[in-house]
Ligand binder design. Sequence first.
Ligand SMILES: [Zn+2]
Length: 235
Amino acid sequence: MHKDLSLLIELQNLDLEIDKNKEMKETLSSQIEEGHKKKARLEEDLSHKQDTLKQTKKERREKERGIEEFDLLLAKHEEEKYKVKSQEEFAVLEKEISRAEKEKVEIEDTLLDLMEKEEELTDFLPSLGIKVRQESKVLGKKEDILKADLKNVIEQSQEIEDKREKIISQLNSVLLKQYKQLQKVKDGLVVVPVKDGNCEGCNMKVSPSLIGSLRRGEEIIYCESCNRILYILNS
Ligand SMILES: [Zn+2]
């Protein structure tokens, strides 16, 4: 086989590996990022629920203080009942008492809701905390594996790049230019074998005279139909 031809085939194999590695790097990076996002979502959810519990406790204490204040107010009004001098004053006081009682009931209703919410969160949060810690740990382990894989792919890519540089330095520059141009316009391979007399790139028949030239291996042969660079296996 023509010396440049074997170099081209090697170059093409390396380019295919580079493409594969690039895809792998993208997949691994996005998997790592997905893991980060998932971990952040879990932690955010936990911290949001912890904040809600804190807020609920605070509101519950406020409502409890509110009820205490209304109790004091109502006790004060009860005492005032004995001090009023007229029916009218008494009526005003009764009205005031009834208003305060109504407000107290409203606060008590809210308090009950808050207590229920607080109880639910207090029961639920420890198990959620454990779940988040466990899942974060699993995600962390997965990330370690993905990062190690990514490191390998990057190292491998560097090795391939080094090999590629070496081949390019040995390759005829005009041929390299042709190869690169063909790479741009051809979908897939640009250096293809002839199989059963046909070009593997376009499946068209390769003329016997070209096959003869290929066998002699003295020059680079292009497919007459698709312009791809041809080679014959085991020749
Ligand atoms: Zn062809």
